[in-house]
Design a protein around this ligand. Structure first.
Ligand SMILES: NC(=O)c1ccc[n+]([C@@H]2O[C@H](COP(=O)([O-])OP(=O)(O)OC[C@H]3O[C@@H](n4cnc5c(N)ncnc54)[C@H](OP(=O)(O)O)[C@@H]3O)[C@@H](O)[C@H]2O)c1
Length: 243
């Protein structure tokens, strides 16, 4: 797919990975529907940078843990741009807790945002895409799904489900829409852990002896968007950490 002139909706586009993906798409000439929840100012900055790169960038605030807000988001993007060609499901929440620590409230919070919202967005995306156009969905998964561990239990479950849902929608939406996922490995410190030496962590845990970056993941999203004979793939980008 040629990205110039296309329209992409990116969830959680104000910060970190979502921001890098949005700016990489803007560099390729893709117009942006920038979703944010709390990071309104950051999203405005991304919009400014994207416009400087010569593309249109509109902002859409929504709490995606609310299914009605998910529907409204898609309708608002469609109303602004006519239609959109690309959906990047990036927004997620990462809660600590083993299986025994996991409460109903944690499960609900994680599943609503990390799984239900992407599913509802894919449905809405497929509905709004004109029948004669091709569409592309990229879900952001997690390379942790290539290995079984039980920390961040509910989060891991949501990302295992993202992988399955990616393959299932790839089947259901072919041939008009491709659905793939990128599964990043260690990349950025968590909020509150900015003091962690990520380079040292990479040397210790990752066979390629370094951590990834939002830019590396954004490059892999662009790679997927350039492919027309690839659907249902989960691209593991983790320096070999989960081999
Ligand atoms: N960071 C890593 O090392 C890593 C590794 C593997 C996979 N991943 C995956 O990569 C993606 C991005 O990770 P990240 O570390 O860049 O994200 P992050 O810092 O955890 O930010 C989460 C994003 O989700 C959005 N969000 C949170 N609650 C929301 C809600 N209720 N409604 C709508 N949006 C909401 C946030 O938007 P606002 O800020 O606007 O509220 C933010 O853009 C996630 O899917 C994550 O699971 C990350």
């Amino acid at each position: 797919m040629e990205l110039a002139g296309k329209v992409a909706l990116i969830t959680g586009s104000g910060i970190r990975l979502g921001r890098a993906i949005a700016l990489a798409l803007a560099e390729k000439g893709c117009h942006l529907a920038l979703h944010y929840n709390r990071s309104a100012e950051d999203a405005q900055e991304v919009a400014l940078l994207a416009r400087q790169a010569g593309v249109r960038a509109d902002l859409f605030g929504a709490d995606l843990s609310n299914p009605e807000a998910v529907e409204t988001l898609s309708q608002q993007v469609q109303a602004s741009f006519g239609h959109y060609d690309i959906l990047i499901n990036n927004a997620a929440v990462y809660l600590k807790g083993s299986g025994l620590d996991t409460s109903a409230e944690m499960l609900e919070r994680q599943f609503r945002l990390n799984l239900f919202a992407p599913i509802l967005l894919i449905r809405a995306f497929a509905r709004q895409l004109p029948q004669d156009l091709m569409g592309k969905v990229v879900n952001i998964s997690d390379a942790k799904t290539f290995r079984h561990q039980t920390d961040h239990f509910a989060y891991r479950l949501t990302k295992h489900a993202i992988n399955e849902m990616t393959r299932m929608y790839a089947l259901e939406l072919a041939p008009r829409i491709t659905v793939n996922a990128v599964a990043p490995g260690i990349m950025l410190p968590l909020a509150g852990f900015e003091h962690v030496d990520m380079q040292a962590l990479g040397e210790k845990r990752v066979p390629l002896q370094r951590v990834g970056s939002p830019q590396i993941i954004a490059e892999n999203v662009l790679h997927i968007l350039a492919q027309d004979f690839m659907t249902g793939a989960i691209l593991q980008v983790d320096g070999g950490e989960n081999l």
